[in-house]
Ligand binder design. Structure first.
Ligand code: TMP
Length: 206
């Protein structure tokens, strides 16, 4: 099973992905926990470039760097883990490109769709948890943690609002794959919700 986590900045995806991975491992599943950008040696280098506030990256270059990261990731990590019957939990995937580079940056959506399909060889998650939060609240969480904002987090509030709207639109179009979770709740409530959803899905496929 292929599970992805999506959402705006400060939605708590990473914490929730970790919690789900621990739950699945404790339940006896073999799990590959990975992320985009990242997950491979090349991907982690690309992640640094993409998040670095001192590098100037054009929207087109940004799109290609995320696509390069994904091409490597699919080939080196995701495909082989799925072939080995592992559960793959991925912190961001294709939907992030549609939301950030498509709606956020305003790049051509058809081209992004084609690029995503080509790079992933048509491999999309079985389930995607969209951790939904108002950008004002998500960004405030990051500030509360006193962590410096990275290159994308520093974008204008309008950019983040477009990203949120895009994710909700994607979820509305693919209700079978997406589970929208209200991320403005405490960590345990969110985690319980996710685990309930996954348990019922795993029960159905087993
Ligand atoms: P994260 O680890 O906080 O999710 O950081 C990843 C950043 O990269 C986040 O700002 C979203 C951005 N991103 C894109 O813009 N496009 C993509 O395709 C992916 C995977 C991530």
């Amino acid at each position: 099973m292929f599970i992805s986590f999506e959402g705006g900045e400060g939605a708590g995806k990473t914490t929730q992905a970790k919690k789900l991975v621990s739950y699945l491992k404790d339940s006896g599943y073999r799990v590959t926990h990975t992320r985009e950008p990242g997950g491979t040696v090349l991907g982690e280098k690309l992640r640094q470039v993409l998040q670095d506030t001192s590098s100037e990256v054009t929207p087109q270059a940004e799109l290609m760097l995320y696509a390069a990261d994904r091409a490597q990731h699919i080939e080196q990590v995701i495909m082989s883990a799925l072939e080995a019957q592992e559960v793959v939990v991925c912190d961001r995937y294709c939907d992030a490109t549609v939301a950030y580079q498509g709606y956020g940056r305003g790049l051509d959506l058809h081209m992004i769709e084609r690029l995503n399909a080509w790079v992933t060889k048509g491999l999309f998650p079985d389930v995607t948890f969209l951790l939904d939060i108002a950008p004002e609240d998500g960004l405030a969480r990051i500030m509360r943690d006193r962590r410096p904002l990275d290159r994308l987090e520093r974008e204008q509030l309008d950019f983040h609002k477009r990203v949120r709207g895009a994710y909700l639109k994607l979820a509305g179009k693919q209700p079978k794959r997406f589970r929208i979770i209200d991320a403005n709740q405490d960590v345990f409530t969110v985690s319980e919700h996710i685990i309930r959803e996954i348990t019922s899905l795993l029960y159905r496929v087993s």
